[in-house]
Design a protein around this ligand. Structure first.
Ligand code: ADP
Ligand code: MG
Length: 568
């Protein structure tokens, strides 16, 4: 391999072909590693610039670089921009006819291309292998390498076979792998399954300083109004709104369309052509906003996305970080706002419950389920925390943090304290009366004295505790309960139908024990009855929650909330 000093430097390549003046964090180290002939694994956040880390060395290495990539659209976009930069690149995937593939391969065999993108499945075909065996290949790059791990979010079984292909190649190519997923398991899986040899593993910081993180606790109706207001007050900003289900996408899309918003949509239930058109409308700024499921976005390089709003809570922090990370790729300030309601937790549990476990044995399925449930809990923790949101994210990805960032919704909130010691005793009393058979919604409904039929059905209306905390809000009680769970006074079973049980309550009897809840200070309320056109205050973040809180949560104080609706 040509590992000597190249006559052309990586920096010259960067300037000449890509038009940038300097490398970003991590890029130089990865490029130098590859050019010295060593395997590399780069873990860098979305938008950090991973592509350049293999594209620049690909132009300096003698043979071809094969890039394994999971999505056709991703390959098309990358090849297009490489070609525009004057670099000979091609892709070989199922979007081409047999004839086009043969033509591309014969061009490739003659050394026309420096970089070739392929789907992992392609490596298993005889024609591709025969081409690869007779053509000098200097490097195999695995993009979105987390797809190799069952513990990652987007497991692709065909990624497991990449190494079988590489091992047949005569030239002992360098392997480089790239992902934004930082968890230890996934990282180890990548290195192990790709059999990386003494790899240089480069992990760059996960902080995206230009992103402002924010969580709002809202009911369904309030969410719609929030979004409508947000778009109205940010008319020139490009944004993505993620929904948990296709149905949500369609409903919100219709609503915004009626209101005259320049909007498009994207989900897997649409035909390829229409989806592609939607994506292009958004990318080329013909539509201001795209409403999408998480099918949208992998590899999409639109630099000027100013906001990413999540209409529902995602299923994991990994997902959230990836999706929110599509904002502000140009380094300019951008906002990542998560609209949370209790129903989101239920939706997520249902979605996880319908997950496809094909090819896994019983033990593996159990492990995956356990992990999913854990991930979901930690995602919920993000929505509930009253501490710095940025620090929560960074700590989740294993970074040590120091000061609160002063650049997120929680850092800009004011708090008040509420003594809920007596209420806590009623909560325990209620759980005891229910003999640990019901979940949080019914406990709260009972304490509030809700008129819901379900409470009558289970006999809760005749409990001692029924209506004892009727002067509290649902939000306060949710806060209290989540704090009590953390303190061990209550335990919550895992799974789709989790119930509350009394935990270690001895300490509660102690008269010195105080249970203090930290709440967000009351803010201007979002009215769900009349449409108000008032723009948000200067920072545009003030118009949403009623009373939420600190260490946990939340907000809609209506006893009739979505929580109960979902239970009927
Ligand atoms: P990732 O794959 O890490 O999510 P990309 O490789 O798609 O990110 O790069 C994101 C954006 O950053 C692209 O628009 C790319 O052109 C830009 N970029 C990458 N490296 C640099 C650099 N050194 N200077 C300026 N812009 C860069
Ligand atoms: Mg990428």
């Amino acid at each position: 391999m040509n590992s000597g000093t190249p006559t052309v430097t990586p920096l010259q390549i960067l300037k000449t072909y890509f038009g940038y003046d300097s490398f970003r964090e991590g890029q130089t180290e990865i490029i130098d590693t590859i050019l010295s002939g060593r395997d590399a694994l780069a873990i860098m956040p979305t938008g950090a610039g991973k592509s350049l880390c293999y594209q620049v060395p690909a132009l300096l290495l003698p043979g071809i670089t094969l890039v394994v990539s999971p999505l056709i659209s991703l390959m098309q976009d990358q090849v297009k921009s490489l070609n525009e930069a004057g670099i000979h690149a091609a892709y070989i995937n199922s979007s081409l006819t047999e004839g086009q593939i043969n033509k591309a391969l014969s061009f490739a065999a003659r050394g026309v291309y420096k970089i070739i993108y392929v789907a992992p499945e392609r490596l298993e075909t005889a024609s591709f292998l025969s081409f690869a065996l007779h053509t000098p290949i200097s490097m195999v790059t695995v993009d979105e390498a987390h797809c190799i791990s069952q513990w990652g979010q987007d497991f692709r079984p065909s990624y497991l076979k990449i190494i079988d292909f590489v091992e047949q190649l005569p030239g002992n190519p360098i392997i480089s792998a790239f992902t934004a997923t930082a968890t230890e398991v996934v990282k180890n899986d990548i290195a192990r399954i790709l059999k990386l040899k003494n790899p240089n593993i480069v992990v760059t910081g996960f902080d995206r300083e230009n992103l402002y993180y924010q969580v709002e606790h809202l009911t369904g109706k309030q969410k719609d109004i929030f979004i409508q207001n947000y778009i109205e007050t940010h008319p020139n900003e490009s944004g993505i709104i993620y929904c948990a289900t296709r149905k949500n996408v369609d409903t919100l899309y219709e609503k915004l369309l009626k209101q005259g918003v320049s909007v498009t949509r994207y989900h897997a239930g649409m035909s390829n052509d229409i989806r592609k058109k939607s994506q292009d409308d958004f990318i080329y700024d013909r539509a201001q906003v795209v409403i999408a499921t998480n099918a949208f976005g992998m590899g999409i390089d639109k630099s000027n996305v100013r906001f990413v709003i999540h209409y529902n809570m995602p299923q994991s922090m990994e997902n959230y970080y990836q999706e929110a990370g599509r904002a502000g790729r140009d380094g300019e300030p951008a906002k990542c706002i998560l609209l949370f309601s209790t129903q989101d937790v239920m939706i997520s549990k249902l979605l996880l419950g319908s997950k496809d476990f094909e090819g896994m044995d019983f033990q593996e399925i159990e492990q995956v389920k356990h992990q999913d449930s854990r991930r979901l809990q930690l995602m919920e923790g993000y929505c509930m925390t009253t501490s710095c949101l940025r620090n929560y994210i960074l700590e989740y990805f294993g970074e040590t943090t120091h000061q609160p960032c002063d650049n997120c919704g929680n850092c800009h909130q004011e708090f008040e304290e509420l003594d809920m010691t007596l209420d806590a005793k009623w909560v325990v009393g209620c759980i005891t009366e229910m003999r640990g058979r019901y979940g949080q919604a019914l406990v709260i409904g009972t304490l509030l004295g809700s008129k819901k039929a379900r409470l009558k059905d289970i006999g809760a209306t005749s409990y001692n505790c029924y209506g004892q905390l009727e002067n509290r809000t649902e939000a306060d009680l949710r806060l209290l309960i989540s704090q009590m769970i953390r303190m061990g006074y209550i335990t919550q079973t895992e799974g789709e139908y989790s119930v509350l049980k009394a935990g270690n309550i001895a300490d509660l009897q102690n008269k010195n024990t105080k249970i203090i809840i930290k709440k967000f200070k009351e803010k201007e309320k979002i009215s769900t009855t009349k449409k108000h056109k008032t723009p948000f205050k200067k920072d545009s973040f003030s118009a949403s929650t009623e009373s939420s809180s600190t260490d946990s949560t939340a907000t809609n104080s209506s006893h009739n909330s979505a929580l109960f609706e979902a239970l009927r």
